[in-house]
Design a protein around this ligand. Structure first.
Ligand code: UDP
Ligand code: MN
Length: 275
């Protein structure tokens, strides 16, 4: 990366960090994020979801950072694109306040200190598209796929995607939200993806991350690997015995264990232990 003269002056408060969710996931997924990394991101985190949920909204700036997008709740491209459009329009309305735009799914753990340190390497006055591709081959626009990643853009030149333009692009390429961002950045703006090895989507095998390297990672995730019609394998960190851990029964994603491994003395970790 180009040396950033303003390096060191970037804080999490400079990042617009939006979590995309849906009401069905509030209890099953967002709760876990609130108990772990979200408090470390202070007032930067917005939740973009569907439906109202006053008790959850209270955790996001008394509702000020909770957004009922009124989009459809499904996993279909159209509904995901709708959420991205609302997210993007919200960011544009606050552009004076932020240096970076970041979109993340609700099944991702972010190591906030590492994340900020990484961002300090990049000059936010230039355009960047930062994340991790899920595929390791060149794709045509039709099969363009960057599933589940984490996306960051310094978006000075993207005001042209207001007023539903993102949705139109997404529809035009028949793809979901993350792919549409990839298309817009790569093809329309000519900003290639800067791939960060320490970011991980759950399309990667999580068990391959070396426990000795846990502290270096910027994001991890979890999910399932469908090996065949009848075999579904959980995709999660494989925690070594030497690392203090919560049993899989209470920590199936391994996010609690990962969080307490990184931040053993934090209040959040103590609360998890006391549960
Ligand atoms: N999602 C949604 N509606 C759904 C299912 C998922 O809005 O019916 C959102 C979910 O909150 C998450 C993203 O879409 O942020 C990806 O969902 P998931 O992790 O379940 O599936 P994946 O695309 O990773 O297979
Ligand atoms: Mn997912």
């Amino acid at each position: 990366a180009a040396p950033n003269l303003a390096a060191g002056s970037l804080y999490i408060e400079d990042v617009f960090l939006a979590i995309k969710s849906t009401h069905n996931n509030h209890w099953s997924r967002i709760q876990l994020l609130l108990e772990t990394w979200v408090p470390m991101a202070k007032t930067s985190v917005y939740i973009l979801t569907d439906g109202d949920d006053p008790s959850l909204a209270a955790n996001f700036g008394n509702g000020s950072r909770y957004v009922n997008t009124k989009c459809g709740a499904s996993h279909k491209d159209k509904d995901l694109m709708c959420k991205l459009q609302v997210m993007y329009d919200l960011y544009m309305s606050k552009i004076e306040q932020y240096k970076w735009f970041c979109s993340v799914d609700d099944d991702t753990y972010i190591n906030i200190p590492n994340f900020v340190k990484m961002l300090r390497e990049y000059d936010h006055d230039k355009d960047w598209y930062i994340g991790k591709p899920s595929l390791n081959h060149i794709y045509s626009v039709k099969e363009y796929q960057l599933c589940d990643l984490f996306l960051l853009v310094s978006l000075k030149h993207m005001s042209c995607f207001r007023n539903g333009e993102f949705i139109k692009r997404g529809e035009a390429i028949n793809n979901p939200d993350d792919t549409a961002i990839g298309y817009v950045c790569n093809y329309l703006l000519g900003v290639p993806l800067t791939s960060i090895p320490e970011m991980h989507s759950h399309l990667e095998p999580m068990w391959q991350i070396d426990p000795l390297d846990y502290h270096k990672q910027i994001s991890i995730s979890w999910g399932e690997v469908v090996a065949s019609k009848v075999i579904v394998i959980p995709n999660r960190l494989s925690i070594r015995d030497e690392i203090p851990q919560f049993p899989v029964s209470v920590d199936p994603t391994r996010a609690y264990t990962f969080h307490c491994h990184l931040f053993p003395k934090s209040d959040s970790c103590r609360k998890i232990q006391d549960k």
